[in-house]
Design a protein around this ligand. Structure first.
Ligand code: DCP
Length: 236
């Protein structure tokens, strides 16, 4: 069961007095977020926003996603600053339907990916972001949270095992991602678990629906059908 605990309401959420809802699909790299978004885009009339990854691969000719995987210490701050901007654009776009579904969010960009770059731990790609970069990005993030509406009403967490994501990643063969080791996916997985399951990382201010996502595509579509009402009307 999902209980209501929403933070922040603003004009974005009230058009003609009707309440607006934002749902974020979260999960590891290659957890199947795109399949989920496609399913809801094809079978409902809600607004579906995919992640602006194409923008990250071509910023006036610069592929900053690729640069980050080549040298995270040098390009981590560049990529994450740009991702924060593109996510802010997504969150603050005027809503064209009463329900919006987004791929990831400004929250996971900060709490998962920036955190992983910054943290000093045994994790792969960790400790790659200098403290000062982390502080600047955090101040930007805090300002955004306090001064704009980036609120979320439901997080759908596609929970996978890192090994399954690793197999899918190898199969899909996105050029920049060829160098990602299993350990990187394990680090991202750990952070997601701390954030959304144990809820020890950062405060989670909205309900979380967890869907096991290690299955093949057909089975996943069945699961989206089963959870459809709960996802679209989380408070009913
Ligand atoms: N990425 C990043 N920092 C972020 C967000 C994403 O470095 N704040 C990277 C991870 C991936 C790429 O961007 O290499 C695309 O991210 P996703 O995992 O969100 O997209 P996928 O296409 O992998 O999602 P899925 O396979 O679940 O549909």
């Amino acid at each position: 069961g999902i209980t209501r605990s929403k933070f922040g309401t603003s004009d974005k959420h009230l058009i003609k007095g009707e309440e607006k809802k934002t749902i974020c699909i979260e999960g590891n790299i290659a957890s199947g977020k795109t399949t989920c978004l496609d399913y809801f885009a094809q079978t409902t009339s809600i607004e579906v926003l995919t992640e602006p990854v194409s923008k990250w691969r071509n910023v006036r000719g610069h592929n900053i996603l690729g640069l980050m995987y080549q040298d995270a210490s040098r390009w981590g701050i560049t990529l994450q600053t740009y991702i924060q901007l593109t996510m802010l654009e997504q969150h603050t776009r005027p809503m064209i339907s009463s329900v919006r579904m987004m791929e990831r969010s400004i929250h996971s960009a900060k709490y998962i990916f920036v955190e992983n770059l910054y943290r000093r731990s045994k994790h792969v790609a960790s400790g790659k972001m200098p403290e000062v970069d982390y502080v600047v990005l955090t101040q930007w993030f805090d300002w955004i949270k306090n001064n704009t509406d980036v609120s979320v009403d439901l997080i759908v967490y596609l929970q996978t095992s890192p090994k399954v994501c690793y197999e899918r990643l190898k199969r899909r063969c996105r050029e920049e991602e060829k160098i990602i080791p299993l350990e990187y996916l394990e680090a991202i997985h750990q952070l997601y678990e701390e954030w959304l399951i144990k809820q020890t990382l950062f405060k989670v201010s909205c309900p979380v629906l967890v869907i096991g996502a290690d299955h093949d595509m057909q089975k996943m579509i069945e699961k989206y059908e089963e959870n459809r009402d709960q996802i679209l009307n989380p408070y009913n």
